[in-house]
Design a protein around this ligand. Structure first.
Ligand code: GLN
Ligand code: ZN
Length: 762
């Protein structure tokens, strides 16, 4: 029985690639040095997989930045503005597209399906001349072969590539990207031909678009593409990999008929109906099924006994020797190697498997299926699975009961928002177009040092508190000087809006090296939610109360909402996400009520990542939105009418979920807006009524650029054309923590000036 992984993390166990890239970008090391680090990492990964006994080892899953950008390079689809004149695409052109250069901004980046990985969006139009321009896939295949390791080159399939693209600037938005199929396929053919020549016997095309809601013409494109490639595939086996969800039945029926395809990879983790799909529709006798039973998106040790029985089940349909044990998707989306977790205790560690451990799991299952189970390994796994099920650290009966009791109720504040806003205004007495910020102020080197030294016990608690309080006092004074209406404390005590809460909640664990690539060299280290969540004591009250004591103006209490905490963590797989979300909601609710009791009148509960968690398939979206929004309402349904609840959201694509946003029933929402051509405003233009307060960001905080007063005023005027004056707030797009004070002060000065200017015009 064979084993396979869909892909592997490339940042390396201790983010070695990140540091090599950044050093190269900073001009501190040469291209050759970067290439050497990269080569060593690839070789180490291949050797590790070969030593583990993995049958199908992927190549070309390494990338200097992003695998979609690699594909763009492969087909030579460089936007003309980058001045590429042909030939093999080198670092200059590649990194200019990825990160911009002195003269040009980078290409757009967007989320890879529903993951936290971001890819560089190809820009295509009818004029494009595809040309084979990066031989990376072949080069890496040869590189592995040279050290005696046979690999499966992995390439993003042509249909997914086109569907992940967008029309280039100047090309109508309605341009049919799939119309480029005929033009792009010859390049794919060339690549396949060259790989075949180099000796490849298996090639993997990732076609994750196959799990989306597709229409007939999309399916036609798949059929067409793979028929076209049939001829060059004689003598090579092509694996078409799908992941992140179930394949719709019609799509499944279509692809199992395609002759060019020798094997199909299915995600049996997120694809919760995939097993029954294969059972009911069947599986063609001439193909292999790569069964993704090991979760590529989470960090839990697999329940090997359970997977074994699924595989056995599949074997009866697909046939002996036709099943390959695999991961649900690329391991890119999980942490790299548990070996480097020095701070987790052994019990929790025994529950986990990062990418390196998942390779071993895949191999162990494949062996077990041919009767060569490694008994001690399986026994240890069974013990870990059972300890995780029964551990008192996982189970908290009081929390489970409290979450259970929430069911059936809707949790809404009793008074409608319009009336609440009146009550609040009586107390807050704010001007029209009130100004505020989103929460964080610049995080200086000094601040990070203080937090780090406190964490490692190098400075005392008293010293730490004093430093943070000084910072808060500075930020409060600054906001008063700027004449901002609703203040924030600046979040100096937080390094991250999820980690800060996770560290104080029960049920969370933290890794030291559990990094996952987010984009380019940027990585995130999600907390691990392993148990029932509860809040032993207040988390923010001390700081908020202090900040409020310094000013007569309203000070916003600042919290992260349940869905955002959930979406930015590795979550439990032993209960539905909705369940975990309810538990977090209850913990945040306690915090909200403690803040209120200590005199905080405005409380912001950030749901920056609400949109991010939206399931890929339409049929599942309503359910998600319902529990996500419900969780938010739970956090604040118990406050007085006079307490003003704010929420904040990032990411510009809200239009499809606007009704859910309204259903959150916050008093005020601040929302990222300025980077998206005021796309947000369109929904209001189209007649959606928004009764609560709303602050569409008036300037972009992702760039160091300082907007001037007139520019901001113009933007506010545009917003006022769509929204009523009395509900509008004036604020930046998002938190200011990544900016510098010399950018923040003039930008906020101009923002306040423009609000004041507009007040005189109204
Ligand atoms: N309150 C957070 C901050 O200002 C919100 C950050 C976010 O939306 N990503 O940093
Ligand atoms: Zn934001």
């Amino acid at each position: 029985m064979a084993s396979h992984v869909v892909g592997y993390p490339r940042i390396a166990p201790k983010r070695e690639l990140k540091f090599a890239l950044e050093s190269f970008w900073d001009g501190k090391s040469s291209a050759a040095e970067l290439q050497n680090v990269a080569k060593d990492l690839r070789v180490a990964t291949w050797k590790q997989m070969a030593d583990a006994g993995l049958t199908y080892i992927p190549s070309n899953t390494f990338s200097y930045y992003d695998q979609v950008l690699d594909t763009t390079a492969m087909v030579g689809a460089v936007p003309p503005r980058y001045g590429w004149t042909g030939g093999e695409i080198g670092f200059d052109t590649y990194f200019s597209m990825a990160r911009g250069n002195a003269k040009l901004p980078a290409m757009e980046m967007t989320k890879w399906f529903d993951t936290n990985y971001h890819y560089i969006v190809p820009e295509l139009g009818p004029e494009i001349k595809f040309k084979y321009s990066s031989h990376k896939a072949v080069d890496e295949y040869k590189e592995a072969k040279k050290i005696g390791i046979e690999t499966v080159p992995v390439i993003i399939g042509p249909v997914s590539y086109l569907l992940l693209s967008k029309p280039a600037k100047g090309v109508p938005k309605t341009f049919d990207l799939l119309s480029l199929l005929d033009a792009i396929l010859p390049v794919y053919k060339e690549v396949l031909g060259e790989l075949k020549q180099a000796g490849a016997t298996w090639i993997q095309f990732d076609e994750p678009a196959l799990v989306m809601d597709l229409e007939a013409h999309h399916l036609d494109a798949f059929s067409k593409a793979y028929s076209f490639l049939e001829e060059v595939l004689v003598g090579i086996k092509l694996l078409v990999e799908t992941y992140f969800a179930d394949i719709p039945v019609e799509t499944y029926r279509t692809i199992i008929q395609l002759k060019a395809i020798s094997a199909i990879g299915l995600d049996l983790i997120r694809g919760t109906k995939t097993l029954s799909l294969v059972k009911t529709v069947g599986f063609p006798g001439d193909k292999y099924l790569f069964a993704g039973v090991i979760d590529g998106r989470n960090i839990w040790a697999n329940d090997l006994a359970a997977s074994f029985s699924i595989l056995k089940d599949l074997e009866t349909i697909v046939g002996k020797g036709k099943i390959v044990v695999s991961t649900s998707c690329s391991l890119l989306h999980t942490a790299v190697d548990l070996v480097n977790e020095t701070k987790l205790d052994n019990e929790i560690k025994s529950w986990l498997a990062f990418a390196a451990q998942k390779v071993l799991e895949v191999v162990a299952l494949a062996k077990a299926l041919i009767g060569q189970a490694d008994q001690p390994y399986f026994a240890a796994n069974a013990a870990a699975i059972s300890s995780r099920k029964t551990s008192p650290r996982v189970n908290n009966e009081a929390v489970q009961k409290a979450a259970e009791a929430l069911k059936g109720s809707d949790h809404r504040r009793a008074t409608p928002v319009i009336a609440r806003l009146d009550e609040q205004q009586k107390k807050l007495n704010l001007p029209i177009l009130p100004t505020t910020t989103i929460g964080s102020f610049p995080q200086t080197v000094e601040l990070r040092r203080v937090r780090r030294e406190y964490k490692s016990n190098k400075i005392s608690e008293a010293d730490y508190i004093q430093s943070i309080q000084q910072e808060i006092a500075k930020v409060v004074k600054m906001q008063e000087d700027l004449d901002i209406d609703v203040l924030v404390h600046g979040e100096p005590e937080r390094n991250d809006m999820v980690e800060y809460f996770g560290e104080q909640l029960q049920g969370f664990a933290f890794t030291v090296n559990g990094w996952v690539q987010s984009y380019g060299s940027r990585c995130v280290k999600p907390p691990v939610i392993y148990g029932d969540v509860s809040r032993p004591k207040p988390m923010t009250v001390f700081w908020s109360k202090y900040a409020q004591s310094l000013t007569a103006r309203p000070m916003k209490g600042m919290l992260t909402g349940p869905v955002t905490i959930l979406n930015w963590s590795f979550v439990r797989d032993d209960q539905p996400r909705s369940e975990t979300s309810m538990q977090i909601a209850l913990a945040i609710k306690e915090e909200v009520e403690d803040l209120e009791a200590s005199g905080i009148q405005v409380i912001q509960i950030d749901e920056a990542a609400l949109r991010e968690g939206l399931p890929l398939r339409k049929a599942e979206q309503a359910h998600y939105l319902e529990w996500a929004v419900h969780g938010f309402r739970i956090t604040n349904c118990g406050v007085k009418d006079t307490t003003q609840i704010h929420t904040h959201m990032c990411y510009s694509n809200f239009n499809d979920i606007i009704h859910s946003i309204i259903d959150m029933d916050a008093d005020v929402i601040t929302i990222e807006n300025s980077r998206s051509d005021e796309k947000l405003l369109r929904v209001f233009q189209e007649g959606v009524k928004y009764g609560a307060g709303i602050g569409p960001g008036v300037y972009d905080i992702h760039s160091p650029r300082i907007p001037d007063t007139e520019e901001i005023a113009d933007r506010i005027r545009k917003i006022l054309a769509v929204l009523e004056t009395n509900i509008l707030w004036v604020n930046p797009d998002c938190g200011l923590k990544t900016r510098k004070y010399n950018e923040v002060v003039p930008a906020l000065t101009n923002m306040v000036a423009s609000a004041k200017l507009l007040r005189t015009e109204l």
